[in-house]
Design a protein around this ligand. Structure first.
Ligand code: HEM
Length: 144
């Protein structure tokens, strides 16, 4: 078993990696590894894909309040994105449509089908009130 190397790879050129792999690091416990030229031709590009410190891609996104946010994209899912801006603030964004995002303002989530792990389907959020609710269902509606 070798140690985790993903964060160390960027310190080495391909030539150095070739020497480390073929020569090993006997003083530090890595044996020489017999790899052919053909194997190295595949191994080196693979190592670059697991290298952890590739610079994060820079993105510019449009927000729903007409602002633009530019910075390093730290993560992206189908419905969200996290951008680190130059002021070192991490912005959590929720996708609204094909081109726009909004800042996530809620500190509450609804992580499972019935809400939190207790499953009581109750949210402590206060933003939805009879005044803001777009639904016509009365707020004192009782389930039969
Ligand atoms: C093709 C397979 C391997 C590759 C590409 C590889 C690559 C590397 C790299 C890039 C380093 C980091 C050098 C540095 O400190 O900058 C390293 C260190 C090391 N590897 Fe490997 N290695 C391989 C196989 C192995 C195996 C099979 C072992 C053990 C049986 C091993 C044991 C070690 C050890 C002990 C270190 C030194 C850790 C330290 O002192 O920080 N490696 N290896």
């Amino acid at each position: 078993m070798g140690p985790p190397i993903a964060a160390k790879l960027r310190d080495h050129s391909n030539k150095e990696l070739r020497e480390i792999i073929r020569g090993g690091l006997p003083q530090r416990g890595m044996p020489p590894i017999k790899v052919t030229d053909a194997e190295l031709a595949q191994l080196l590009p693979y190592l670059r894909t697991i290298q952890t410190d590739r610079p994060a891609p820079r993105v510019k996104v449009q927000l729903t309040d007409n602002r633009e946010l530019e910075g390093e994209m730290r993560n992206q899912g189908f419905a969200d994105m996290q951008i680190l801006t130059a002021d070192k603030k991490l912005h959590l964004l929720r996708r609204v449509d094909a081109t726009r995002f909004r800042e996530v303002t809620s500190q509450k989530d609804w992580p499972a089908y019935n809400g939190d792990p207790g499953g009581n389907r109750y949210t402590t959020l206060s933003q939805i009130t009879p005044a803001t609710s777009p639904t016509s269902v009365p707020m004192d509606f009782q389930c039969p």
